[in-house]
Design a protein around this ligand. Sequence first.
Ligand code: MG
Length: 350
Amino acid sequence: MKQTSCPVPDRLTDTVEMAHGGGGAMSRRLIRDIFAPAFRNQYLDRDHDGAIIKLEADASCIACSTDTFVVSPLFFPGGNIGDLAVNGTVNDILCCGARPRWLSAGFVIEEGFEISKLREIVSTMAEAARLAEVEIVTGDTKVVERGRCDGVYINTTGIGIVPPDLNIDPGCMRPGDAVILTGPVAAHGMAVMSQREGLAFGSGIKSDTASLCDIVANVLDVSRPRVMRDPTRGGLSSTLNELAEASGVDIGLDEQAIPIDSDVASACELLGLDPLYVANEGLMLIIVDPSEADRALAAARRSAHGGRAAIIGHVEATPEGRQSAVWLTLGLGQRRRLEMMSGEQLPRIC
Ligand code: MG
C-alpha cells in the first residue's frame, strides 16, 4: 500500500483549498482555527459525530447531526446523491447510539437541472428514509443561476433519540478494546472515482452507501460499545486517528484482517490510492470492551450489511511523552504508522 501523506501547512492558508473539505488534517485545522473558537460549547467539545443533548424535562437525550452532500457525479454505481444524503446523516446519528427518527432536507439546485433527474434523486431519498425508518419532516429549496452550483447540493440534518443508560463517547476507549469493522473498505470512493473518470476497470464496483440501523440495533442488544464511528471521508486511517487522539491511545491494526474486495483493491493499486484512505459510506467502526468483542462481532455479522464484519485490531496504550498513533501490522510482521490523511485524496466524494 502506498503512503499518501504530504506536508501540511502548519498555519491556515489565505484561501480555502480543496483539501479543507477532505476530512483529513487540513479539514481538522479549518475546524479548529475558524469554527470551533467561534461556536465553542460543550457539545462541539466532545468531538463526536453528532451532538447529544439532554432534554430539560426528563433524563432522556436527543442526538443531532448535519451533513452537506456535493458528490460528483450525482449518480454513481450503487446510489446517487439522494440516498447518500439520507444514509450519511442516519449513520452519524447511529454513531451517537441514538435511534434516528427525523430528517430535514435542504436543496440547492442549479437553474436548468432536469426535473426527471431531480425526481429520481428524491425518490431514492424517500426509499432510503423508508429503509432507515426515518421521516423527512422539513425541508427547503433554493435555485441558483446556471453555473453557480453543479446540479444539486443537498444538506440533511437528523435527530434521533438516545436510550437512557447509553454513553457512547469518542474519548472513552481503553487499551485492550477490540476494533470491529462491519464490512469491506473503499467501495464508495472507488465506485465514484470509476464513474467520474469513465474507467472501465471499475465497472463492477458499487458504492456501499447504506444506513446501518440493523447492525447498530443488533450490536446494542448484546453489548455496550465505547465508540461507534462511520469511516467516511479520509477513510479508515483518518477516522481511527481522530478516535485515537480523542481517547489519548494508540490503535494497532492487522492488515490481513481488514476486509477488502479484490476488484476494489486492484482499482486502488492501479490508481496509486491507499484503500485505507478511501471513503466508505456503509461501514461502521465499533470499539468494544474485549469481553464483549465476540458477541458484538456475531451480532454485526447476522445483520444486513454486516456479513463480513471482522475484528481488525485493538486499542493500545500510548507510551508516555508521545502523541497518539495508529499502526498497521503488515503480512510479514513489520509495523508502519498510518498517519491522518493530510490533503485531499478524492475531492467531492460525498
Ligand atoms: Mg460520520
